[in-house]
Design a protein around this ligand. Structure first.
Ligand code: SAM
Ligand code: SF4
Length: 372
C-alpha cells in the first residue's frame, strides 16, 4: 500500500530547568537524598533503573491482544493513585537509582492531569540528573497534547500502530480510528519528538502481511519501527505460542525486502535494533517470548492501583497503598518504610518470566491493567 508521508519534525529540545513564574517547570537543584538509599538490586545482581508507571487501566481502544470487547473489570476508582502518590513513589524510586520513567496504561493520555504528571515526574532529580520521562500511547489524543507534553518535559514517545488499513484497524482495535492515530503521529512529529517510535504486534492471519508496509511507513515518515512478539497478556487468555509470529520469522520476511544490519548488542534494551537499507530508519525486534532478555532486565512496574510488580509476568505484587494512605489506624508510612518495601519487592524478583516453563500461569491482570 502507498503510505502518505507526514511533515518533517522540528528539533525537540528538552526545556532547561527554570524557576520563572508561569513556566510550569520546577527548578531542578540537586535534591537532598537523591541516590542516597543505594540501589535496587535483586538476587541475580540486576540493578533496576527503569520504571514503568501505568497511569490508568482505561482505554479508548480495545485491542484484541490486550482488552476484552466488553465486560472489562475496571480497577476501583478509589484505588487509583493520585498524582501526589505517584510522584512520591517516583521520588523514592529515584533515590534508589531509577533514572528513566515510561508512562503507560491503559491509555496514559486519558488521565486528565497527564501534563501535570509529566511535569512533576520530569522535575524529580535522580542519581544522574532529572528523570528521563517517555510515554507509550495509542496516539489518539496527541493532536491536542503533543505540544503541552513536550513543554512539560516529555522526551520520547512510542505510538502503537498495528495496521495501516482502516477496516483492519477497526477490527483489531474494535474502534474505527486509524485516521486519528495518523493525526497523532503527525502531531508528535510536528512537536519534534525524536526518535519517534512506532510499535506493532504482528498477529498471524491478522496483520502479519503488513510487516514490510509498516517499515516502509516508518521510512516515509521519519519514524523507527518496532515489532513486539505477542505475549500471553490478553484478557481472553487465548494466546498460543504456535500461532505467535516470532522475531526470526519477522526478520526473515523483512530481509526479503530490506537490507537489515544489526546495531550493537541488545544490553538491557528489549529490542534488537537493525539499520534498514543503511539507515537512518531502524527496525527493532522485541523477542520477549522467543529470546527473553530477562537476564538483563532492569525494569520495575507500578500499576495504576499502587501495586509494585517486579516483572510483567509476576504473579505476586507489593501493595503500596497501605503505606501511602495508612491503614489499621496508622497514618501513612515514611519514605524509609516505602523504600524498604520497594527493595524487598525487587529482591524477590524471579530469574525469568518462565513462559516456557510447564507450570507457567498467565498473570491475572491483562496488559491494560499492568502497563506495557
Ligand atoms: N495504550 C497504549 C498503547 O497502546 O501504546 C499504552 C499501553 S499498551 C498496553 C503498551 C504496549 O503494549 C503497546 O505497544 C501494545 O501494542 C503492547 N501490548 C499490549 N498487549 C500486548 C500483548 N499481549 N503482547 C505484546 N504487546 C502487547
Ligand atoms: Fe488500549 Fe494500548 Fe491495550 Fe490497545 S494496547 S487496548 S491502545 S492499552
Amino acid at each position: 500500500m502507498s503510505a502518505v508521508p507526514l511533515p518533517m519534525p522540528a528539533t525537540l529540545a528538552r526545556p532547561e530547568p527554570t524557576d520563572e513564574a508561569g513556566s510550569g517547570r520546577a527548578t531542578r537543584g540537586p535534591r537532598a537524598g537523591a541516590g542516597s538509599r543505594g540501589q535496587l538490586v535483586d538476587r541475580f545482581g540486576r540493578v533496576h533503573r527503569d520504571l514503568r508507571i501505568s497511569l490508568t487501566d482505561r482505554c479508548s481502544l480495545r485491542c484484541t491482544y490486550c482488552m476484552p470487547e466488553q465486560g472489562v473489570e475496571w480497577l476501583a476508582k478509589s484505588s487509583i493513585l493520585t498524582t501526589d502518590e505517584i510522584v512520591r513513589v517516583a521520588e523514592v524510586l529515584a533515590s534508589l537509582g531509577i533514572v528513566e520513567v515510561r508512562l503507560t496504561g491503559g491509555e496514559p493520555l486519558l488521565r486528565r492531569d497527564i501534563v501535570d504528571v509529566v511535569r512533576r515526574i520530569s522535575a524529580i532529580e535522580g542519581v544522574s540528573g532529572p528523570l528521563e520521562v517517555s510515554m507509550t500511547t495509542n496516539g489518539l489524543k496527541l493532536p491536542e497534547l503533543a505540544d503541552p507534553l513536550r513543554d512539560a518535559g516529555l522526551t520520547r514517545v512510542n505510538i502503537s500502530i498495528d495496521t495501516l488499513r482502516p477496516d483492519r484497524f477497526a477490527e483489531l482495535t474494535r474502534r474505527d480510528r486509524l485516521d486519528d492515530v495518523l493525526d497523532g503521529i503527525r502531531a508528535a512529529r510536528r512537536a519534534g519528538f525524536s526518535p519517534l517510535k512506532l510499535n506493532a504486534v504482528p498477529m498471524r492471519g491478522v496483520n502479519d502481511d503488513e510487516l514490510v508496509d509498516l517499515v516502509q511507513f516508518a521510512i516515509d515518515n521519519g519514524a523507527q519501527m518496532r515489532f513486539i512478539e505477542q505475549m500471553p497478556l490478553d484478557a481472553g487468555h487465548t494466546w498460543s505460542r504456535t500461532e505467535m509470529v516470532g522475531a526470526d520469522e519477522i526478520l526473515d520476511r523483512l530481509t526479503r525486502r530490506f537490507t537489515l544490519t544489526p546495531i550493537g548488542e541488545r544490553g538491557s534494551s528489549p529490542a534488537q535494533d537493525y539499520l534498514v537499507d543503511g539507515g537512518p530508519t531502524t527496525v527493532g525486534l522485541i523477542a520477549s517470548v522467543s529470546a527473553p532478555f530477562c537476564g538483563a532486565c532492569d525494569r520495575v512496574r507500578l500499576t495504576a492501583d499502587g501495586q509494585l510488580r517486579n516483572c510483567l509476568f509476576a504473579r505476586e505484587e507489593s501493595d503500596l497503598l497501605p503505606l501511602l494512605r495508612g491503614s489499621h489506624g496508622r497514618g501513612p508510612a515514611d519514605d524509609d518504610a516505602l523504600a524498604d518495601l520497594l527493595r524487598r519487592s525487587i529482591a524477590g524478583k524471579r530469574a525469568g518470566h518462565g513462559i516456557d516453563d510447564p507450570g507457567f500461569l498467565q498473570p491475572q491482570r491483562p496488559m491494560s491493567a499492568i502497563g506495557g
